[in-house]
Design a protein around this ligand. Structure first.
Ligand SMILES: C[S@@+](CC[C@H](N)C(=O)[O-])C[C@H]1O[C@@H](n2cnc3c(N)ncnc32)[C@H](O)[C@@H]1O
Length: 292
């Protein structure tokens, strides 16, 4: 899955002079290209698979319940949810990732419906799902109010919404902050992904639409890398937003070195001193009950 990413196609990148709908389509096409680049399924296998069990434990998808995984990628959560007996729909902006999930599910003999969908305008009826989850997924939809309104709309009254998001202070939140000076500014109205890791922000997004049952900061131990250099090499090869940031600096070796140094320093700062390099990446796990 190697797609060339042009400069300016990072998850903060935006549009020029055009109508709002055309600008949004163009922005989402760029985001899709970012997430299709590199090898996100490998990021899931090596790192974020550990986020699925706590999310599913919180979401309680009992057998027979309908569950929507928003920004599901290659099925990190959708597949174990189906294994637990839920009737699962996995929705994502990036069909290349859904295809990986579809193939994995088929191999495992699981039924999951894979749907290409923008989290800000989902093709599902009001109240269609008993449980709505997202694992470091919906946080990457740029218009937070729109995405939150969609989570609430498609969840049935009394249903459960369970979300995992990287916090602004945790490793991935800090990595986005470190990359910000090296990427084009986001378009007007787009909000930074790690704000979904701020409990107060998510509470205000859900508003009266849901009652927050729990909100907890947790840490994901990351032991996939032997050194900060190995981390950087992996992210430059596999993680779309990092690939896009470096792609924008292709003609500028000094800035490329500065960005590399900033990310190496960050990895060293988060290293716990254990061998191999162990970092603990903080995330917010929030569970809410849909009002009504
Ligand atoms: C960090 S990945 C997480 C994927 C998956 N939830 C997991 O745990 O492996 C972020 C995902 O968000 C998806 N995404 C980004 N913007 C989106 C949007 N506006 N609507 C739906 N999905 C989106 C990407 O395609 C990507 O699959």
């Amino acid at each position: 899955m190697a797609i060339e990413v042009d400069s300016g196609s990072g998850v903060g990148a935006g549009a020029g002079e055009e109508g709002p709908e055309a600008a949004d389509r163009r922005l989402k096409a760029k985001h899709r290209a970012v997430w299709a680049s590199g090898d996100y399924p490998e990021v899931t296998r090596r790192i974020t698979a550990g986020l699925a069990p706590p999310l599913l434990e919180a979401a309680q998808p009992e057998p027979g319940l309908s569950l929507l995984d928003v920004a599901a990628g290659s099925g990190n959560v959708a597949i174990p949810a189906a294994q637990a007996g839920a009737r699962v729909v996995a929705a994502d902006l990036t069909p290349e990732l859904l295809e990986v999930g579809r193939a994995d599910a088929e191999r495992l003999g699981l039924e999951v419906e894979w749907r290409e969908a923008d989290a800000e305008a989902m093709p599902f009826a009001d109240g269609a799902f008993d449980v709505v989850v997202s694992c470091v997924g919906v946080m990457f939809a740029p218009h937070h109010e729109r995405a939150a309104a969609e989570l609430l709309r498609v969840c049935r009254p009394g249903g459960r919404i369970a979300l995992v998001a990287w916090t602004p202070e945790g490793f991935i939140g800090r990595m986005f902050a470190a990359m910000r000076p090296f990427v084009p500014p986001p378009p007007p109205g787009a909000q930074p992904p790690p704000r979904w890791g701020d409990e107060g922000h998510v509470r205000s997004l859900l508003g009266e639409g849901a009652q927050v049952l729990s909100a907890e900061r947790r840490r994901l131990p990351v032991t996939a890398f032997a050194s900060p250099q190995e981390f950087l090499e992996f992210f430059r090869t596999c993680y779309g937003p990092t690939i896009a940031a470096f792609a924008g600096l292709r003609e500028d070796p000094d800035r490329t070195r500065e960005l590399s140094d900033a990310l190496l320093e960050l990895a060293a700062e988060f290293a716990t001193g254990q061998d191999p390099l162990r970092m603990d990446w903080e995330y917010l796990l929030l569970v809410a009950r849909r009002a009504g």
